[in-house]
Design a protein around this ligand. Structure first.
Ligand SMILES: Cc1cc2nc3c(=O)[nH]c(=O)nc-3n(C[C@H](O)[C@H](O)[C@H](O)COP(=O)(O)OP(=O)(O)OC[C@H]3O[C@@H](n4cnc5c(N)ncnc54)[C@H](O)[C@@H]3O)c2cc1C
Length: 281
């Protein structure tokens, strides 16, 4: 059964802005998702699947999209010591802990990312562009429910990944990631890569207020360096980390204005500025 309610909350995005969600639901079965899809179609409303909200920017005071929180059970099936089937609601950190405890190679650099597996797969989460590493280095396949066709499908990496932070699932979609099969190679591990990544993050990333990590996936760092510390209301570009907005405002308009300023400067210099955070209205 589907249940769509209105909700006022500041907890659905890591920017912690407060919004009135006109159409909010939770999803824990494929039948339910199909029901939501039919409702969205009948009501000409877009569906936004929410993982942990660590890359999500709600843009309006009243959010009209159908926001569906992934409430599927958190399940990790151990197929063999180095092969796992993981449901999309599991946190990336939980998988990293398993890999570390079992001496397996993994995407330890995502230990600084507060993501669900579903969100990380939808975003092709990974290292910076020059590093060319992502969660998909360990993915054998991804299983998802395609509501348009009312069917469950399984695809491999080459059929899913479209580019840097871009997959067939990124943004508004009627394809709900259910689980993924991962292969983690046995590896001798020196030290504690989870702790090391967290220490790195503390040193170089700004956690002094609410944020969604990097704002743009493609941008000119010279321009963004010049915007460091620029503050509007209670939101600002970080003085510590380039391409990083810190927020303490209730509303998202100061964040949107900071983004707009960066975009205008890119336009004036004929440079590309492509958002990494997903804007949801
Ligand atoms: C401190 C910090 C550090 C970060 N560092 C990094 C980093 O190093 N590398 C990096 O890549 N990102 C980083 N991020 C950004 C963010 O954590 C990632 O994009 C992450 O993958 C988002 O996961 P989420 O579960 O929070 O997804 P959400 O923000 O909830 O959603 C993001 C996208 O995934 C989709 N989605 C979520 N679940 C599903 C599902 N089950 N089926 C289909 N689509 C789904 C959403 O619809 C949306 O399009 C960072 C964020 C923070 C706050």
């Amino acid at each position: 059964m589907i249940k769509i309610a209105s909700l006022k909350s500041r907890n659905l995005s890591f920017y912690r802005t407060t919004h009135h969600f006109k159409n909010y639901g939770e999803v824990s079965t494929t039948d339910q998702f199909w029901g939501y899809y039919e409702w969205a179609k009948a009501n000409k409303t877009k569906i936004y699947i929410l993982g942990n909200g660590s890359n999500t920017l709600f843009a309006k005071k009243e959010v009209k999209s159908l926001v569906l929180k992934n409430n599927f059970p958190k399940e990790t099936k151990i197929l063999s010591k180095s092969q796992l089937q993981v449901s999309s609601s599991v946190l990336v950190m939980d998988i990293l802990r398993y890999c570390y405890e079992n001496s397996l190679g993994s995407f330890y650099y995502l230990a600084s990312v507060p993501a669900t597996i579903g969100g990380a797969l939808a975003m092709n989460a990974g290292g910076g562009k020059p590093e060319n590493i992502s969660i998909y280095d360990f993915v054998e396949n991804v299983t998802f429910f395609d509501a348009e066709e009312n069917t469950i499908k399984t695809l491999n990496k080459t059929e899913i990944v479209k580019g840097y932070r871009n997959t067939i699932f990124t943004g508004f979609t009627s394809k709900l990631i259910l689980s993924a099969k991962f292969n983690f190679p046995p590896q001798e591990i020196d030290g504690n890569p989870i702790l090391e990544r967290r220490q790195w993050s503390k040193k170089f990333q700004d956690h002094s207020s609410y944020n969604c990590g990097s704002v743009f996936k493609e941008c000119d760092f010279n321009i963004l360096n010049r915007l460091k510390s620029l503050q509007i209301n209670n939101s600002s570009f970080s003085s510590k980390t380039t391409n990083w907005i810190l927020n303490n405002s209730q509303s998202s308009w100061p964040i949107l204005l900071l983004i707009k300023i960066a975009q205008i400067l890119h336009f004036l210099k004929s440079k590309k500025a492509i958002l990494e955070v997903i804007k949801v209205e």
